[in-house]
Design a binder for this molecule. Sequence first.
Ligand SMILES: *Cc1c(COP(=O)(O)O)cnc(C)c1O
Length: 360
Amino acid sequence: MSRVYNFSAGPAVLPEEVLREAAEEMLDYNGTGMSVMEMSHRSQAFKEIIETAEADIRDLMNIPDNYKVLFLQGGASQQFAMIPMNLMKNGVADYIVTGQWAKKAAAEAEKYGKVNILASSADKTFSYIPDCSDLPVSEDADYVYICENNTIYGTKYKELPNTKGKTLVADVSSCFLSEPIDVSKYGVVYGGVQKNVGPAGTVIVIIREDLITDDVLPCTPTMLKYKTHADAGSLYNTPPAYGIYICGKVFKWLKKQGGLAVMKEKNEQKAKILYDFLDQSRLFKGTVVPKDRSLMNVPFVTGDADLDAKFVKEAKAAGLENLKGHRSVGGMRASIYNAMPIEGVEKLVEFMKKFEEENL
Ligand SMILES: *Cc1c(COP(=O)(O)O)cnc(C)c1O
């Protein structure tokens, strides 16, 4: 068996320790004689799994008591509809568009109400985060929406927008648990887990209790009402049980690493190795305004599409996988999530140096 360094943007690398533990427990979870995949979601064993997972994420993120943690399905994209269906009481929402995911979320919300685009960085291929300190927030906006880390373009908000008192809703899929955040600044913070936390198919929604009501848009399906899931402790129907189990193991792993403040340090250290190299390279160039750079997703280019393709191919042969950039940016992208060891980033930079010498 040999593992590669996997720089995929998602689904993405998970801690090897977690995968090994899951493998060991595959046939017999904790003396139950069955896999977590095979057990009732109403069983005592699963009850403990989901309750422990919730307690651990609450602890890791320091989630206040007046917030619910929901383990749902449908990925991050389902939230693009659930958010307006549940929160658009006035039928108005403000979106800040910093990439494809925020754009998709805004387009979905338009089906349900009036959407104002408060700011956008589309003019420069989403290579920066707009100044959000004094935006014309709509007086009747039900919420202000952002995508906090832009997986495709490699930008991240270093400061949250000034929402002028309006509820902030954030998609944190690709920076989930990568650093501490102040949950109390958000009304809803959510993420698909396959970027930094677990297997695809599970989305975690952290939502302030006063936003969970029966006053949702007419025709909202039962399954798309936050209240349905909040009232049932995420067990209204069969939840993504195996996904929740793996997330729970990742939470334990994060706690063992020292928690989110330690993860932030590690992530800064890893990203610095790559950005420092890019900043002095004669061949490779980062595509993002330095002050808005993501710690998680690092896009870069040579400026020559053929050379980019050669790089991706040779990197793969060297055990550095999934470095091809998103089709809308081109070039390369290294996603260096929590579970990417520092050795992986060092190997990548070593390989880039060698490639630069051979191809300049
Ligand atoms: C990947 C991603 C999504 C989409 O996630 P799905 O689970 O595939 O719906 C949404 N937002 C961000 C920021 C992402 O990185």
